[in-house]
Design a protein around this ligand. Sequence first.
Ligand code: ADP
Length: 391
Amino acid sequence: MVITPDFGDVIAERMLAVHEALAVRWFERLVDLIPVDERNVFPSNSLLDHVPALIREISESIRLGGDAAMAANTSILDKARELGALRHQQRASLHQVLREYQILGGVLVQFVLEEVERLSTVPSASACVFVVSRIHHAVDVLSQTTVEAFVSLYTRTISEQTERLQQFTRMATHEWRQPLGAVQFGISVLQQAGVGDRAKRTLDVVERNVAHLVDLTWKLEAMARLHEGAGDTVVTQTVSLGTVAREAARQLRDMADLRGVDIRIAEITPEIAIDVGRLELTLVNLFSNAIKYSDQSKPERYVELSGSADDDGCRIVVRDNGIGIPKRAVSTIFQRFTRAHAAGDSLTAVEGVGLGLSIVDECVRAMGGRIEVESLEGEGTTFEIILPLSV
Ligand code: ADP
C-alpha cells in the first residue's frame, strides 16, 4: 500500500500554523495533570519560546519524514538541552520531565485526530499511523536529549554535594581528634589519681562513651579518605599478606588483650600485589569486629587469618569463634549504619555505629575483589575476601 505523503504534509502545515496555540494547550493540560506552580515552569521570557519551537520542529519532521533530519538539527537539540537545564534548575523531578513530554505527545496526537475529523477526505489508516509514529519518534528524540542534559546536571550536582560533604567530614573529624584525645588523657589522669566508687563508675561510663566517639571519628575519617582517593591511581605494592595482617593486629593488641581474644595469623601466607593501605584498613576492621563480637562465655576466644593464592587470585579468610550473626541480618551487615545485634541486649551490647563493614566492602571493591560472609549464631563468623591481584 502506498503511504499518502499528502496527509503528512497537510498535518505538518496545520501544526506549524497553530504551533503557539498547541503550546498553550500543552501548558494548560500540564497544569491540570501535574501539581506544578505555573509561574515556576517558564520563569524567563527567553525560555517561553521553547515548547512552540519544539512543536515547529516536530511538524518539520512530519513533513520531511527522515529520521536523520531532527538528529541533525543542532539548534533544536540545544533547545531541548536548555529545557533539561531549566527543569533541573527548577528542581523538577525526572518523572515530571518525562510526563511533560508524554503530555506533549498526547496533545499532538489528539490534534491529528481532530484534523482527521475536520478533513473532507478521510486519510488511509496507514497514513494516520505514519503521522502518529513520526510524532512519537520526534518527541522521543527531544525528550531523550532533554533527559540527558537533566541527568548529567543532576549527577554533577550530586557529586559536588558529596564532595563538599566529604570535605566537611574530613575537616570535622580532624578537628575532633585533638579535643577527644585531651578528654581521654583527662580521664586516665583522674582514674590514676584514685577517686571514690561513685566517681569511678561515672568515669568508666564517660570513658566508654569517649572511646565510642573516637571509634566513630576514626571510621568517618577513614571513609572520607577512601573517597578522597577514589579517583586517584591506586598505589600497588608487593607485600606478604602476613606482614599486613600482623601490622593490623598490632594496632588492636590492647583491645584484644582486654577482651581476651587471640589474634592468630597463619605462618605461611602468600605474597600479593595490592593497595596496602586499603588491605590494612580492611583487616583492622575485620579483626576489631571479631574482638568486639567475641563470645565471653567461651574459655578460648580467637580470630584467625589465613590466605592462599593461585592463578585466579588471592583468598583471605578471617574466621572467629565469636557470637555469630543472626541469620536474618547476614544480608544487610555491609550496609552503612546497619547493626545486627540489638544494642539493648546486655549479652551483645557492644559500642558500634554500623560503619566498619561498609568500609571493608568499599575497600575490597576498590581493590577489585569481593567479600563473602558465613555465620552461625553461637558458633562464629567467617569472612572470605577474594582478590584478583596476586603475584
Ligand atoms: P559496628 O560498628 O556495629 O561493629 P560494622 O559495620 O562493623 O558495625 O558491623 C555491622 C554489624 O555486623 C555489627 O553491628 C554486628 O552486629 C555484625 N558483625 C560484624 N562483624 C561481626 C563478627 N565478626 N561477629 C558477629 N557479628 C558481627
